[in-house]
Design a protein around this ligand. Structure first.
Ligand SMILES: [Mg+2]
Length: 318
């Protein structure tokens, strides 16, 4: 399989997971299999979402990807200001913590940290869900550069280092998958690069025997979200099955399926994503006029991000 096929798979796979899971958000376990007893899931819409409509997960991923391309690399203040413009335009879905940080009026390099100081809880999964585009872009720069960029982008909205480390792990596992290798087998290597204060807790959630029932937090938290995505990948053998398993867990279904879709898309490639999911897929972009991206736009974005990959030209320190 060509690398481009995997890059498109990661970006498209995440968007498809987001749209597939959105109607089931806060549903109970088994929500997907009850709705689709024959196992053939459709983009069904519901809960305020049209069939195939992607949510904040994909919207933010697009903003990150377009910033990386327009700036020729990682420009954190630019990503932050794109996020702010989007957040100020009343997107249908936005994480509480992300909204607080982006609307605080504090500068890009301290808003998330200030929020964390006051609230002490900032380990939501909001920096995982938007990882597809940056993961594709930074992968060719290698493990160190990829994980470093992931942490910096996560830190724009999440002050808790647990979220940075989880986002860094996810980026690195996507990098491995884009190389055609098994991301599940690479978990120990990624964990070795995790900050020592956070390594043990991440090792627990990403262990081979971990099951989503073992989670000690709602899967809107960063650990069970990534843990569930790896579980969905580990216990299934096709792209469709992985996403079905992710949504069927219930809870934060769009997020867990979006994260699962990044990995499953990189592993199985874009051609494994069924047309009945990509055809109705659309990504409105609040704050950016009437723009609505379709599957072919996301594929083009992924190709450009992969092709333009180079070590970041500028690294701003958060
Ligand atoms: Mg969402």
């Amino acid at each position: 399989m060509q690398r481009t096929e995997r890059e498109v798979g990661a970006v498209l796979g995440s968007a498809v997971g987001d749209a597939l899971g959105a109607p089931f958000e806060f549903g109970s376990a088994g929500c997907y299999s009850r709705r689709f007893p024959d196992g053939v899931g459709e983009m069904c819409g519901g809960g305020g979402w049209d069939p195939g409509e992607a949510t904040d997960d994909t919207q933010m991923a697009v903003l990150v990807g377009e910033s990386l391309l327009d700036c020729g690399g990682l420009q954190l203040p630019d990503i932050f200001s794109r996020f702010q413009r989007w957040a100020a335009s009343e997107p249908k879905d936005i994480g509480l913590q992300t909204e607080d940080v982006l609307s605080s009026g504090d500068p890009w390099d301290s808003a998330a940290a200030l929020h964390f100081q006051v609230n002490l809880r900032a380990a939501g999964n909001g920096s995982l869900m938007r990882a597809s585009t940056s993961a594709v872009h930074f992968a060719p720069a290698g493990r160190g550069a990829t994980m470093d960029a992931a942490r910096r982008i996560a830190a724009l909205t999440h002050g808790d280092r647990a979220a940075w480390e989880g986002t860094a792990i996810l980026h690195d596992l996507v990098r491995v998958a884009l190389d055609g290798d098994d991301p599940l087998a690479a978990v120990p290597e990624a964990l070795a690069e995790v900050h020592p204060d956070h390594r043990a807790r991440w090792a627990l959630a990403l262990a081979e025997g971990w099951h989503p029932d073992d989670a000690t937090e709602f899967n809107g938290a960063v650990w069970p979200c990534l843990g569930s995505a790896l579980w969905a990948l580990r216990t299934t053998s096709t792209f469709e099955e992985a996403l079905a398993a992710a949504v069927d867990l219930g809870g934060d279904t769009d997020m867990v399926a979006a994260v699962t879709g990044i990995l499953a898309g990189a592993v199985y490639g874009a051609s494994a994503i069924p047309a009945r999911w990509t055809d109705p897929l659309h990504v409105p972009l609040p704050g950016y006029g009437d723009r609505i991206l379709r599957a072919e736009d996301l594929a083009a974005l992924a190709r450009r991000l992969g092709a333009g990959a180079s070590p970041p030209r500028t690294l701003d320190t958060p």
